[in-house]
Design a protein around this ligand. Structure first.
Ligand SMILES: [Zn+2]
Ligand SMILES: [Zn+2]
Length: 470
């Protein structure tokens, strides 16, 4: 592929004709709507979230699981639910050899499928897994939502105890705190179990029935299949009608009510502030009892940065033994949006530690040899790959932010030593170009690291430029 002068357009070499002639065709290749490229200059932000997410999950006893990007379509029909927007409008489904596959629209279904298929639920309970993966939903692009987006999420299976709910919510809270997110509010609700929900659905249907004609098309359908989801509708008319709808919390059975009280008590014990919000019903069918969302008002209407809850019926629904379970997911793009907006800290991206500027083939070979030794120690070292002149090489070293440079030419090779230049301070230090080079560089580098710490009035250890360095 060759960059062409028209910005964003790429010329692709397409075909070789029967006569052996190459045909070039210009095609305007751009990424699909609703997808994003993460460029090298931004990837450290992703690494920050992924690293902190992994560390947080692992200190709560979760291990990583990796599952396929696509699954049998049936899996999502049976888990996410046939009445949901996700299944009805947003799934990317392909027919391949008469089998229907769907790109995962969320992470829970595939993760539970994998836990069942691999017998994880026969091992020590609770089973705790986390994942970092991409999801695919064919959403309207004008809503500013991505069609490929990324999630960090986790699932805990085997515990029906409210302590598990508190544990999972506490993990989510710890993660958001470690990412240094501010002004995030935890909203919780209980949407009960099938027993209490049957009575609640009756009450909801009775409430909405007189307004049936005013509801949006989707909600008219929901009225029959899943009236609770009308409360989740984004249409202002449905919102207005639902304002005084009966609340699930008034219909909880004794067990669900007791469970919810305990979750609230444990959260209070843990010092986690929350607000009970009866409007939180979650968009997917498989939730039971506790549901929760961490919400911020700082990114407009898409304010949910983390959402989850309990789904005690899902595993049985997917063919396993009845096993209570719960989890949550966070959208990584949304986390990054809030982090950027709030000026949160990100891990510093690794830059070049040492750049060799060389003159002549012999010097280049020396640089290649020393580079290899430095890399063995974990340093990021580079040399000229572009046949540039010395001046251009130094300019490049500046551009990539090299911490140190060494110039090697005929004189340096003849004398067996060169000058190591600290690019920040401009200081030069002589270093031998032999097997002592890496050890020398190591100590200079460590000195520079120490100098960057705030040591107050304490004198810094100085690097000795005499003795064995020569
Ligand atoms: Zn119940
Ligand atoms: Zn509606």
């Amino acid at each position: 592929m060759i960059n062409c002068p028209f910005s964003g357009t790429i010329f692709m070499y397409i075909e070789q004709t029967l006569t052996g002639r190459l045909n070039f065709m210009a095609i305007n290749v751009k990424r699909p709507n609703g997808t994003e490229d993460v460029l090298p200059k931004d990837v450290h932000k992703w690494h920050t979230v992924e690293k902190i997410a992994r560390e947080t999950a692992e200190c709560y006893g979760f291990s990583e699981i990796r599952v396929p990007t696509f699954e049998d379509t049936d899996l999502f029909l049976r888990s996410v639910g046939e009445t949901t927007d996700v299944v009805q409008k947003e799934m990317y489904t392909v027919m391949a050899k008469e089998t229907k596959f769907t790109l995962r629209p969320e992470g829970t279904a595939g993760t539970i499928r994998a836990m069942l298929q691999n017998g994880l639920l026969n091992e020590a309970l609770p089973q705790r897994v986390y994942y970092i993966l991409s999801c695919f939903r064919h959403e309207r692009p004008q809503a500013g939502r991505l069609r490929e987006f990324h999630q960090f999420g986790l699932e805990m299976a085997g515990s029906e105890s409210p302590t598990a709910d508190a544990e999972v919510i506490s993990l989510a809270k710890t993660l958001l705190d470690r990412l240094e997110l501010k002004n995030i509010e935890l909203n919780i609700n209980s949407i009960g179990c099938p027993t209490c929900r049957a009575k609640y659905y009756e009450a909801l249907r009775a409430y909405f029935e007189p307004h049936k004609e005013e509801l949006c098309d989707t909600c008219r359908e929901r009225l029959v299949k899943n009236p609770m989801r009308i409360l989740d509708c984004k249409s202002p008319i449905c919102g207005e009608i639902g304002k005084d709808a009966p609340m699930i919390l008034d219909y909880l059975c004794e067990e669900c009510s007791d469970h919810f009280e305990k979750v609230k008590k444990y959260l209070t014990n843990l010092g986690i502030e929350y607000k009970v919000n009866p409007k939180i019903v979650r968009g997917l069918d498989y939730y039971t009892k506790t549901v929760f969302e961490f919400i911020t008002t700082e990114i407009g209407a898409q304010g949910t940065v983390c959402a989850g809850g309990r789904y005690d019926g899902l595993i049985e629904q997917l063919g396993g033994h009845p096993t209570p379970a719960l989890g949550f997911a966070t959208g990584i793009e949304r986390l990054l949006l809030v982090m950027d907006k709030q000026g949160c800290d990100f891990l510093t991206p690794k830059t070049c530690d040492l750049y060799f500027a060389t003159m002549g083939d012999a010097a280049l070979e020396k640089a290649m040899e020393l580079t290899r030794e430095l890399r063995e120690l974990g340093y990021r070292a580079e040399f000229d790959l572009m046949n540039r002149g010395l001046k251009a090489q130094m300019k490049y070293a500046n551009k990539i932010g090299a911490a140190f440079t060494v110039v090697i030419g005929d004189n340096e090779l003849a004398e067996g030593k060169a000058m190591l230049k600290n690019m920040d301070s401009g200081e030069d230090v002589p270093v031998p170009l032999n097997d002592k080079f890496t050890a020398n560089f190591d100590s200079v580098f460590i000195d520079r690291m120490m100098a960057s710490f705030d040591t107050g009035d304490m004198p810094l250890p100085m690097f000795q430029t005499n003795g064995e360095n020569n």
